[in-house]
Design a binder for this molecule. Sequence first.
Ligand SMILES: O=CCCCC(=O)O
Length: 494
Amino acid sequence: MTTTKLPIHLQDSTLYRTQSYINGQWVAADDASTFTVDNPSTGAIIAKVCNLGAAETERAIDAANKAQKAWRARTGKDRAAILRRWFDLILANAEDLAQIMTLEQGKPIAESRGEIVYGASFVEWFAEQAKRVTGDIMASPNASNRMLVMREPIGVCAAITPWNFPNAMITRKVAPALAAGCTVVLKPAEQTPLSALALAELAERAGIPAGVMNIIAADSERSIAVGKVLCASPIVKKVTFTGSTPVGRILLQQSAPTVKKLSLELGGLAPFIVFDDADIDAAVDGAIVSKYRNAGQTCVCANRLYVHAAVYDQFIEKLAVKVRSVLKVGDGFAQAVTQGPLIDDAAVAKVQEHVKDAVDKGAKVVMGGKAHALGGRFYEPTILSNVGEDMLCMREETFGPVAPVVKFTDEAHVIELANNTEYGLASYFYSRDVGRIFRVAEALEYGMVGVNTGLISNEVAPFGGVKQSGLGREGSIYGMDDFMELKYVCLGGI
Ligand SMILES: O=CCCCC(=O)O
């Protein structure tokens, strides 16, 4: 361990890891270099983390490859028991994991506690699913043949995870991979490596064997080199990534020469539609959960709010009242804070650019619209009215606490507007008309549709997008499919 005095009090300070984890060993970078991780609330440096690169990544792949044979040979029941121990340890250390998350990511401590439970739910779910891998016997068209289909682990997997959910996006990828019998090399986001390394410490304690789960932490520059090695390696059979659509496209390109399987959870531009027959109070509550969760830094956050003209003024008024009463901006550790800082200065600049562009094009600031008086990376919860389709906030993910509200009058037209994007991750609408509910849910070109709810994620749900929002599904009974191959066996001469 390279830690000295920790910036927070943990019940178990050994969870505060700054070295990477390869083949069951905690390791520094070959050149002994480190990178700094800061607290987005204060800008203070909270850790110097070992900065690994291409050579260390090759060794991690090699370790994962060597561990693969024995891990896949174990029974699903055996793997399930180990994953279950990991789940129990995550919950037993939930408070420390939440503290580490708020420190490096900035989200309010209540949200971090929620994410630890959410992240653990994937480990529990896939521990259960590990025992339920099945195959098929097909009716053969040839009387003397018998046809079997088996499911087998795909092999060594690379997982590249984002900073906005530093725990749950790891467990949603690693748990199904391990359950399926795959081994993993994980590269967490450079902004939030501490949550990943703490999870690895618990995985080691749970008895996950050396080489089965490896973690490479790296700064932004070396992360590019690490990503290239993972994509180029012929040993790595699959890459699973959550992040932006542009980076997803690069990973697809880099993986083409070795024809890898990819799961991509990419960007979104979620429409949130409120029809005139909706329960407006419920829609306001749903909008707050969907829009301001994690300060708007979530791929499934409502990005564009479309509200029917008949309820537009009422909705905006109620939304503003509620936002004022429930959202308190501040340091994630401070009492009653419900909105933390944005992750970095670039995130603040993007939000400012989107708001300025909207205002320049005629949007009206109902509330917020500027940096918070606390300064730093804090931004005021913002509502914009009089918004038009030509504004940046309607075309690109803002990834911040900005709710642009557009007026509409016609169902078919609002569906057309909602679908008029390359993205297709999450969408939401509020209505009490059962005919409309089916019509609109079927018409929306999205992988996920929330009807009369702003929160759709859990371990049972197939999470994923269509169009340029990604490939594959995570969580759910389908979540292990992406980590397995089908093998067809034909028995002749029967
Ligand atoms: O940015 C994407 C994170 C997904 C959060 C969720 O699972 O709801």
